[in-house]
Design a protein. Structure first.
Length: 296
């Protein structure tokens, strides 16, 4: 069984004659007739009823016809993918994203990339603290969306596009606050559990950020778990501002002002890529779309 035989089957079924199929497929009628007969012989089935003026599919032929349509469609997709890849387009592009980044802000860019390059798989890697930057340094990602300190930015290794400024806000639940009616110092929270997201990077392994000496901690690997624990009153900690707007408005969470602990930490999110890495066409277009994000 060949794709050519399946094409003959489909066209004869749709047009009802060898003559019509021959004109569309640019083959002689005898060639199409022979191809159909060979297919019937290989399958051990009669595909067409040849009693009338038009060639009509038998019941078995109708089922084979439906499968043939799917196979031909898949074959066409393979040809399109091969053409796409021979032009140098990437099969995959990996974007490492700091987990505190508001993904909704780049949905227009992701949608544009999907529409323009449907054959490229976009892989979104959620990373924490230093993880996104390390992902592009170790060639585990093509681009990164993360906050980056000035020392790293001015090292000359990276190109950067400013995206937006977000905040990590120090919050507690009303339940926990009842245990500390006059909460003014982080020292008072030492015996409560600070909920801390672990860094997915390796360079800072074992380092705890914004944790006072002697602080009790629970460690989690995502902000969703951290938020759930804080809202339950089990602990306290910082959460991205966009994740807690509704909870702050409805008093399910309370922002706390402490004399000796930053209540809000500003994070300047940027798109980052290595200057030394040559991006493919899809990653380049994604980069350019991120640069034009305000205009999309």
């Amino acid at each position: 069984m060949t794709l050519e035989q399946l094409k003959m089957l489909v066209k004869v079924a749709e047009l009802g004659s060898l003559k019509g199929a021959s004109e569309v497929l640019y083959k002689t009628q005898p060639a199409i007739s022979q191809g159909i007969k060979q297919l019937e012989s290989q399958l051990g089935l009669s595909l067409f009823n040849r009693q009338g003026y038009r060639l009509l599919l038998t019941d078995n032929g109708q089922q084979i016809y439906q499968h043939a349509l799917r196979l031909l469609n898949e074959a066409q997709q393979i040809e399109q993918l091969a053409t796409f890849l021979t032009k140098g387009n990437e099969a995959t592009v990996t974007l490492a994203i700091e987990a505190s980044y508001d993904l909704k802000k780049i949905l227009p860019v992701l949608e544009m990339t999907q529409n323009e390059y449907p054959h490229t798989q976009i892989i979104l890697k959620q990373e924490y603290i230093n993880g996104a930057l390390e992902a592009i340094k170790s060639d585990q990602a093509d681009l990164a969306l993360t906050a980056i300190d000035n020392l790293a930015l001015h090292s000359g290794q990276y190109e950067a596009i400013k995206l937006y400024q977000g905040y990590l806000c120090n919050v507690v639940s009303p339940k926990l606050l009842k245990r500390h009616v006059e909460l003014a110092s982080v020292e008072a929270l030492k015996d409560e559990y600070q909920i801390v997201v672990q860094d997915s990077g390796q360079s800072s392994k074992g380092i705890s950020y914004s944790v006072q000496a002697g602080q009790r901690c629970w460690y989690v690997n995502d902000f969703s778990t951290k938020k759930t624990l804080i809202m339950s009153g089990i602990g306290w900690g910082r959460l991205p501002d966009y994740m807690i707007k509704e909870e702050l408005q409805s008093n399910l969470l309370v922002a706390v002002q402490l004399q000796d602990f930053d209540s809000n930490i500003a994070l300047n999110y940027q798109a980052i890529k290595l200057k030394s890495k040559l991006l493919g066409p899809v990653a380049t277009k994604l980069w350019n779309n991120l640069a034009a994000l305000d205009n999309i």
